[in-house]
Write a protein that binds this ligand. Structure first.
Ligand code: GLY
Length: 382
């Protein structure tokens, strides 16, 4: 974190404070999902930034990835290292800064890096990003490591339904596992090549509420790298769950599973991820509820409770795991210690309540199964 901030500060960026994961004055978002989300108004010109170049480290919640949790690198919350140029430098400097930081600042060999650039899109009225392609070549990226991708992969944003967005260039790390990329073949971003940095969203469009895009009056650069993934790569680990940002939580959960039971690796990863994210949301004093913001931590916690119930583990104390998370990570998330009592009280109430719901539900399910009646939509919903 220090290396990232120092690098950008030495390159004339101002460090700004991070924001709460609960957005302020932004009804379009449940949670802050990227470093640029709290800064949106700077890119549209609605607000004036404190300086033209900024950087920070922003905790983010991304429940959109919930079904990928359990693989080696997706998380529902992470810390995003972000840097921005607002109406200042554009593609060339963004690319050279990113390349310099990874290869000189973090000493990652350039052979391990692959990048993607925007292939262009008729509907958006944007051509192939030949500039980004050219600037990558200029810093020394071999052409067989520069891959052109469509808007599904290389058009980023907006953070919600509306807002600033643009084509982007992303950097991937070659883990060496599985099929090697050959030009014209599929670029495997699930197993072999792991995205470590969206090294530049080249903001030039605003998506409007009617779905159309209009040109922003000036261009900006927004970047974001996941601290957990960078830490994984720098330590030579094969999953983010091996890093010290997550591994102690994983180990603690494992130590609480009775010796005659065993959770599969995926379930332990899900619990590690979900309980950390739930702690982060609860630390903002969001109460658990059946709708809106409070439903997200409830869903995350209940998924973990289901894992424990399915594995027939008795007397698992969720508040003990959450207390471990709070006590061990309050240096990263100060509100863990400030709001410790509130968080623990929410989790204790939830465990009692959900255990009752589960008990009743499982009894109902058994009755349905025994009755051998057709399962209607109403019964399934219930
Ligand atoms: N804001 C850039 C990203 O989230 O990838």
């Amino acid at each position: 974190k220090n290396k990232f901030l120092s690098f950008f500060k030495n390159n004339d960026h101002m460090e700004i404070s991070d924001s709460s994961v609960v957005p302020k004055n932004d009804p379009t978002l449940l949670f802050i999902n990227s470093g640029m989300a709290p800064l949106k108004n700077f890119f549209t010109g609605v607000e004036k930034p404190p300086y033209k170049r900024l950087c920070d480290i922003q905790p983010c919640i991304r429940t959109i990835d919930i079904d990928s949790i359990g693989d080696k690198h997706h998380l529902t919350s992470f810390q995003m290292l972000g840097s921005w140029s607002i109406n200042d430098y554009f593609k060339e400097k963004a690319i050279s800064l990113a390349f310099k930081f990874l290869t000189e600042g973090l000493n990652i060999p350039k052979e391990k890096l692959y990048v993607t650039v925007f292939a262009g899109d008729e509907e958006l009225g944007l051509p192939l990003d030949t500039e980004a392609y050219g600037f990558w070549k200029k810093v020394g990226m071999p052409e067989n490591h520069i891959i052109k991708c469509g808007k599904e992969d290389n058009f980023w944003g907006p953070t919600a339904e509306t807002g600033p967005c643009g084509p982007c260039t992303e950097i991937f790390y070659d883990t060496g596992e599985g099929e090697e990329y050959l030009p014209g073949k599929e670029f495997d971003t699930k197993k072999r090549y792991i995205e470590i940095w969206n090294a530049g969203v080249f903001m030039q469009l605003n998506k409007n509420s009617d779905g159309t895009f209009s040109k922003l009056s000036f261009t900006s650069v927004d970047t974001g790298a996941g601290l957990e993934r960078l830490s994984m790569v720098l330590n030579g680990f094969s999953t983010v769950y091996d890093t010290d940002l997550l591994n102690p939580i994983k180990k603690f959960i494992e130590s609480k599973i009775p010796s005659d039971k065993k959770l599969c690796e995926k379930d332990i990863r899900i619990m590690t991820d979900h309980l950390r994210t739930a702690s982060l949301i609860l630390s903002e004093k969001v109460s658990l509820s059946n709708e809106g913001r409070g439903y997200i931590p409830r869903k995350l916690i209940r998924r973990c409770m289901m894992i424990i119930a399915k594995n027939k583990i008795k007397n698992f104390d969720f508040s003990e795991v959450i207390a471990f998370v709070l006590d061990n990570y309050s240096d990263l998330f100060p509100r863990f210690s400030e709001n410790r009592d509130f968080i623990l009280s929410e989790i204790r109430k939830e465990q009692v309540q959900f255990e009752k719901i589960l008990e009743n539900g499982l009894e109902k399910l058994e009755n349905i199964n025994n009755s051998k009646k057709k399962i209607t939509a109403e019964i399934a919903f219930d």
